[in-house]
Write a protein of this length. Structure first.
Length: 92
């Protein structure tokens, strides 16, 4: 899984018919101190995430395991909105 922050939206009026109605979001990867990394992913939103929210992204075949993405050509899905991270051994 990837910890990330939603930084934008991808708009696509023409797409595979299995993806009609899907919302595509741009997610920048974060480290455990919420510092942004260079990596990003385009992910289908399955939980109603919005710009600025911290999310968890599943990739690969796991991305096709949600009710919204099952049997669709998806490689990344936002499957959780993060409320809090507990990292007691991580110094600030």
């Amino acid at each position: 899984m990837i910890l990330g922050k939603v930084i934008g939206t991808v708009w696509s009026t023409r797409k595979d018919e299995n993806l009609v109605g899907s919302k595509f979001l741009i997610v920048r990867q974060l480290d455990l101190k919420f510092n942004e990394k260079d990596n990003f992913v385009i992910a289908v939103d399955s939980v109603g995430a919005g710009e600025g929210e911290i999310v968890l992204v599943a990739t690969g075949s796991s991305a096709r395991q949600t009710s919204i993405t099952k049997n669709k050509p998806i490689d990344a899905v936002i499957m959780a909105i993060v409320d809090k991270l507990d990292t007691p051994n991580l110094s600030n």
